[in-house]
Design a protein around this ligand. Structure first.
Ligand code: SF4
Ligand code: SF4
Length: 151
């Protein structure tokens, strides 16, 4: 009999709706509201690669030694360089990094002897094309510029 009344008066449905509506209160929302809220990134998170420049001169710290490219198990880094005839030093010309194949293991970062290559805490790496995943020297030096959303 109890079951009958519950069915006739839609008690189960109403209780279900009550639970659903209670969960709509902002204090009960546990889903991260990205991009409205920026996620908290773990201290040791390894994300977007960056080529660091000297903070005062703005010159690249990279000495084009190619160690990062050799250390990479995915062989996705290509370092271009040329010899400066005056100084007899190799100078960086191009640098490409295919983020689509990177597993963010950090071996390249560890191999860099001058702390030029860094895996930062930037995490917004999406692009609409495969080509967009291949970052050139300029992108690596400037860092990603994710879209800013206004609400
Ligand atoms: S993080 Fe790992 S996979 Fe990515 S470029 Fe560096 S060494 Fe290669
Ligand atoms: S290991 Fe460092 S210094 Fe050497 S080529 Fe790579 S980024 Fe440049």
């Amino acid at each position: 009999m109890r079951r009958f009344f519950r069915t006739v008066f839609l008690i189960d449905l109403i209780e279900g709706l009550r639970v659903t509506l209670r969960a709509q209160h902002p204090k009960n929302i546990t889903t991260e509201q990205y991009p409205r809220e920026r996620p908290r990134i773990a201290e040791r998170y390894r994300g977007a690669p960056r080529l660091n420049n000297h903070p005062e001169t703005g010159e690249t710290l990279c000495i084009a030694c190619n160690l990062c490219a050799v250390a990479c198990p995915e062989v996705l880094i290509v370092v271009g360089s040329e010899r400066n005839e005056k100084t007899k030093r190799k100078e960086l010309t191009t640098f490409t990094y295919d983020t689509s194949r990177c597993m963010f293991c950090g071996l390249c970062e560890d191999a860099c002897p001058v702390e030029c290559l860094e895996l930062t805490q930037d995490f917004e790496l999406a692009s609409y094309t495969r080509e967009g995943q291949i970052w050139d020297r300029q992108m690596l030096e400037e860092g990603p510029k994710p879209a800013e959303y206004k609400f």
